[in-house]
Write a protein that binds this ligand. Structure first.
Ligand code: ZN
Length: 193
């Protein structure tokens, strides 16, 4: 879809990794569609993931007893959040589609365990259980419509062929991404049958 803005939040140390390949095909496929693709490469940017006092520029409301939530909210209203945060907020605001490409995040993620381990009877439990806090608690809460996650199971324990087919199916899915309906992000999606 030409003109759509896509933000890919990418967190992996090695560009030649499997995660790097998933990011690469997404950039290629979406650019081919005429989308404007921005990548926030968190490791390359040395992005500060910790929530600290440094996120707030200028005076704190209560420096004696630091309350991150309250101070960050005040700083947001006064436009005194640190510039790296403001830049990322702007990217999220402008984007039509946000793809999180991160081992621990969502929408597009890879796992250490196999698909069988992430079933109701498996050792890790259904993969939907651990998507609940991130997908529903964070994304849905912040007003996102959530698309079904893209999960590449256990690339580490898969053959080169299998890995290639996982990357290919991700690229294939992206061809139709603008026509996808969001999931029905309610408890039954996560905890129903
Ligand atoms: Zn939800």
């Amino acid at each position: 879809m030409a003109g759509k803005k896509v933000l890919i939040i990418y967190a992996h140390q090695e560009p030649r990794s499997f995660n790097g390949s998933l990011k690469k095909v997404a950039v290629e496929e979406l650019s081919k569609q005429g989308c404007m693709v921005t990548v926030s490469d968190l490791y390359a940017m040395n992005f500060e993931p910790r929530a600290t006092r440094k996120d707030i520029t200028g005076a704190l409301s209560n420096p004696e007893l630091f309350n991150y939530g309250a101070e960050a909210y005040e700083a947001f209203k006064k436009s005194s959040l640190t510039s790296d945060i403001v830049e990322e907020q702007k990217k999220v605001q402008e984007a039509d589609l946000v793809i999180f490409q991160d081992k621990l995040a969502l929408l597009s993620l890879t796992t250490g365990g196999t698909a069988e381990m992430y079933t109701k009877a498996g050792v890790s439990g259904d993969f939907r259980y651990f998507l609940w806090p991130l997908q529903h608690g964070t994304l849905h809460f912040c007003g996102f419509k959530v698309l079904a996650p893209q999960i590449s199971f256990a690339p580490e324990f898969s053959s080169e062929e299998e890995r290639k087919s996982m990357v290919a199916s991700w690229a294939q899915r992206l061809k139709g991404i603008w026509k996808e309906e969001p999931i029905h992000c309610t408890p039954p999606w996560y905890f129903g049958d």
